[in-house]
Design a protein around this ligand. Structure first.
Ligand SMILES: Nc1nc(O)c(N)c(N[C@@H]2O[C@H](COP(=O)(O)O)[C@@H](O)[C@H]2O)n1
Length: 359
């Protein structure tokens, strides 16, 4: 049974880790708290950017000599490798830490092993405290390392009866201003924001982050298989980088300045997994899928949606397109079952976050 002081320290470490969201890719978000030999907090820190010091190093620097004989609470197993920075296991040993409590094991085969190294050096090591909370806070990075592809969060906004537009196509604005602002937070947390051709043509989306200070802009990725995008499209401005995904043979002469990813088409469509692999190869670890229903259907059909964030507005339409198009599910036994991991009121709407069972 964990002591309350351990829980408090780890909960603080989980909160610290969240401060790195959107800024650490391709690295995880990690938080660390150090207490001295009598249990008083003497240092804390979080991983701020890839290539920079790990959370443990920030916390050890803050603690100084007071770390000797103390406990380190870390949301992720201390790394055991020399990557862009040195091994945290050694840093903790050299600082004289007596006990390390970490929440989640490091699935990165290059970095894992810190727990064993610490134990071999006589440090007491415990794993699993607030594991579910730390896992949820780091879900994008953990999923991407485990599956070797970016984590995919599908976001949509719909009426209470599941429509994303009226029968005549009008869709502005179903969700509240607060929900729309909240989506900018999701964009800021993602490495890439992805839309399909239908959304591109109907909405002329901009997809950059607005209204959040010092936010890292995601890569805007648009599927435009036949390269029909006009050069005046909002997504082509310089507010954020943009990648246009086009078919192998698409004529792109009217888009001279756009960065292009040419992919083979299968029945006129890009293969979802091939796209994700190519994005992963260029360092993308999390994707916010912003529509539309056809693309979301292809991702669901391909088993490539990890989390769903739905903004449900207290509005009824009774007709109009549904949030999700055909996903290859024809009978209830094939239905995709999710766990609701959070519900929140956002303005007049309800935000429901649901994660794939066993993801
Ligand atoms: N325990 C821990 N704390 C941090 O603050 C971290 N960033 C990590 N990351 C692990 O180490 C790998 C990156 O190492 P470099 O920053 O290149 O040295 C990353 O893939 C994680 O496995 N771990």
């Amino acid at each position: 049974m964990a002591q309350q002081a351990d829980i408090t320290a780890m909960r603080r470490a989980v909160a610290l880790a969240a401060r790195g969201l959107g800024a650490t890719s391709p690295n995880p978000v990690v938080g660390c708290v150090i207490t001295d030999a009598s249990g008083h907090q003497v240092g804390e820190g979080f991983h701020q950017r890839a290539g920079g010091p790990h959370a443990e190093v920030h916390a050890l620097r803050a603690a100084g000599v007071l770390a000797r004989g103390g406990t380190a609470y870390v949301t992720l197993e201390p790394c055991d490798h020399t990557g862009r920075t040195g091994p945290c296991s050694q840093a903790l040993i050299e600082a004289g830490i007596s006990r390390v409590v970490y929440a989640v094991g490091d699935p990165n085969p290059q970095a894992t092993g810190g727990a064993d190294t610490l134990r071999a050096a006589g440090v007491e090591v415990e794993q699993g405290l607030l594991e579910a909370e730390a896992e949820a806070g780091n879900i994008a990075w953990l999923t991407s390392v485990r599956h070797g592809r970016p984590f995919v969060r599908w976001k949509y906004a719909a009426t209470l009866d599941g429509r994303i537009a009226a029968a005549d196509g009008t869709s502005r604005w179903i969700s509240s201003a607060e929900s729309r602002a909240d989506v900018h937070r999701l964009r800021a947390e993602a490495d890439a924001v992805l839309v399909g051709g239908g959304t591109l043509r109907t909405d002329d989306p901009h997809l950059a982050v607005r209204g959040i200070e010092n936010a890292t802009q995601p890569l805007r990725v648009a599927l435009d298989t036949r390269a029909e995008l006009p050069p005046t499209a909002r997504i082509l401005d310089d507010a954020a980088p943009t990648l246009l995904v086009v078919g192998e043979d698409a004529d792109t002469r009217h888009l001279p300045d756009a960065e292009l990813l040419r992919l083979p088409l299968h029945d006129g469509r890009v293969d979802v997994h091939e796209l994700l692999t190519r994005l992963y190869e260029r360092g993308i670890r999390s994707v916010l899928l912003e529509g539309g229903p056809t693309l979301a259907g292809a991702f669901v059909a391909g088993g490539a949606v990890d989390q769903v964030v739905g903004y449900l507005a207290p509005v009824l339409l009774g007709a109009g397109p549904a949030a999700l198009a055909d996903s290859g599910i024809s009978t209830l036994t094939e239905a995709l079952r999710l766990d609701v991991t959070e519900t929140a009121r956002v303005g007049s709407d309800l935000r429901i976050t649901a994660t794939l069972k066993g993801a």
